[in-house]
Design a protein around this ligand. Sequence first.
Ligand code: CTP
Length: 393
Amino acid sequence: MILKDKNVIVGVTASISAYKACELVRALQKDGATVRVALTPRAREFVGEMTFKALTGEEVLWDWRSGKTSLEHIYWARWADAFAIAPVSANTLAKLRFGMADNFLTTLALAYDKPIVLAPAMNTKMFENVATQENLKALSERGHIIVDPACGELACGEEGAGKLADVEDIKTAILYAIFEKPLKGKKVLITAGGTREFFDPIRYISNNSSGKLGHELAKWAYILGADKVYLVSAPTCERKPYCVERYTVNSADEMYQKVMEFVDDVDVIIMNAAVADFKPTSYSSKKLKKDSQELTITLEPNVDILNELGKRKKEGQILIGFAAETEDLEKNAVQKLKKKNLDAIVANKTEVFSSDVFSGKIIFKDGSILEIPPIPKDEAAYRILKEIFSKIR
Ligand code: CTP
């Protein structure tokens, strides 16, 4: 429950995508947040206050008279750890830019003294209009967090930018607004997933790594303030985390080449990928036929990417490895930490590979060990980064 004890206000303006605010409310509650909703008077024509009241169990406000006192905008602003307006219309953006306070939501925005997450949704022409773009630029320069709309088919039938961003991405921006920034000033490279070693056009040797923890680590590296996050991933079903640059590769050799492109540019490298230790010695460009009774595939060792990174580690660079073990977890992990010249290694049992839950140990170069109890992988990613960067600065 990453948002346990956190209070979040979701503001909703008049847009056809107002119904998606219900999903956002649920997503925040799933992570433990207490959520309140503030509507503009016209937003009520799209989704009524009863819906949000039922979802949140909290009072829903849309004008001053709807609150218990005439100071609710001040009390709400003090109460909130984060404030997102999703969807935010062109009209409300213009009001926010000029500090207008003509309804409960805009007044609350004026009383709120931290960055607001703004997720616009509107017709493409309205979004691209110079007025809207200038408003967004001004609000971004003031420190507000803009979650760009997605491209696609809009309710008006036109195609283009203007669809409300994905709820997951808006939630990530809200987490960004809440959490401390121990990774500020750092460029981070993370690898994820199980590499695929092909021996014909459709068949390969791999492992059952889901890539989930690696993707969560990349997401949290952004939330915790990294200036840039590169994610080099083997193919997975995970969606690209918000504000992360992702590159998909197949084999260990491809992963090695991609990692080497970034190695001199980054301050932190986290090798979470389950890299195949061996690859087939030969590759058939034609699909192998089942015309013989037996098929033998010979394997040869792959490059050990982390070992290479350890050899060429530059001054001040932080190198983190993972160790997946079936037995002697600590002993094997310590050996890998030393052999590969790491600052820390995260050791886990192989059971966590295709699970949504992670548990393991972080072992540091100085011998100290930190246990991570079984927790969902998004929380584990936060814990791993937080613990490592409170120890290694
Ligand atoms: N690793 C790597 N390149 C490889 C194999 C592993 O970079 N060819 C990295 C992994 O990303 C991980 C660490 O090395 O961060 C340890 O991986 P693991 O599979 O646990 O151990 P190995 O070093 O491969 O040793 P073994 O398979 O014998 O346990």
